[in-house]
Design a protein around this ligand. Sequence first.
Ligand code: HEM
Length: 402
Amino acid sequence: MGYSAVCEICDFLNLRWIYSDIVSYVTSGVTAQNGHEWKTHRKFMETVLHNFGFDNKSMKSTILEETQHFLSMISDSNGEPINVSYPTYAAVSNIICSIAFGRRFDYNDVEFQKFINVIYELLSNQNIPVINLLPILQYLPGDIFGAKRILQQTHMLNKEFKRFIAEHKDTIDTENSRDFIDEYIIEKEKNAGLTDDDFPIAVFELFGAGTDTISNTITWSVLYLLKNPDIQNRMRDEMLCAIPTDRLPTMADKLNLPFCEAVIAETQRLANVLPFAIPHEVTEDVMIGQYKIVKGSHVIPNLSSVQHDEELFANHLKFDPLRFIDKQGKFYGQERIVPFSLGKRVCPGESLARMELFLFITAIVKKFHILPEEEGTFPSSQGQLGIAYKPNPFKVRFIEWN
Ligand code: HEM
């Protein structure tokens, strides 16, 4: 089928960012907008991620500190089988909490658990794309497609975010911005493009974009390493050679850990957590090759067509980190994959995400031997698609190395 035909079908089906019909307030923020509004929000998001995310020296220590909490939670399992996706989700959400709210939460904090359970459930909801394709489903009697529950959850989150925002307004020192919310309050005074109504969604967007993607990638890496003990051992051997035994890897170790980097790149390629990038509207008629994409069409970049291209990656369903190792044993060829997409809409959280993936995945392997729930029985590599592609639930045992 031709490209423009696909676009016209998407247009006909009114395919937009999957929240946009069901969650009425998501018509703002970065992801769901185009043109001038998008530029305003994107610029703001980039500045904040720059100041409080990847470019902030203390962010590296925030992630390392969170990694320690995460490892302790896993240690508490005492080698009993656990589903790693919950601890991962809690840890990754906490990093967004420190950017958004300027603080982390204890994993046992009941409010925090309630909060991330709602975000987790919303982002895993497989009905959202269906309801968005056929919005009429949300008006069926009862709640067969869970639309009312989705709305209740988004209202609950909205309320929570508004509470944080109100607290920040009461305590803000405009000379010393503490986090994303403070930045928004300060910037809103100068920039008519940022409004009170956009505010909760801007916070939600941080969670939506920055938790599911990273935590699912980490969970996939655990699954692949479980099924490939030789790769797990090779990563660990590499770390034992490059890093003193009594500490975890830091970003400064990255260059000395090419195989670990290759494992992360191969995880991103194979797991392909966002097989499709976000739908975007074409703002003027454009020709691509012989196809005319008419203004107003919705275009969805198909990232799988790169990540799973058999010509680029022979035997593409095989987990093989050596694809990213050259003859000299160096990490190479990362530009062949596009997990963060490309162009003007490229993921603004890429640097932060790369930092988190590196620090979490290497820490897990350095500290634990990952073993199956039952000797010789391995979970399937099949996943399920919510907002992101995630593995079906599985349990593993984490045995601490001495
Ligand atoms: C492994 C982790 C991540 C992956 C694989 C990922 C991937 C992507 C992809 C494929 C897009 C769509 C780009 C397009 O439309 O062409 C995107 C957009 C976006 N991502 Fe990420 N992302 C990750 C982590 C993050 C983090 C940590 C944040 C922020 C804290 C973030 C914030 C965003 C935002 C705001 C957009 C919308 C950009 C726009 O429309 O201009 N992402 N991401």
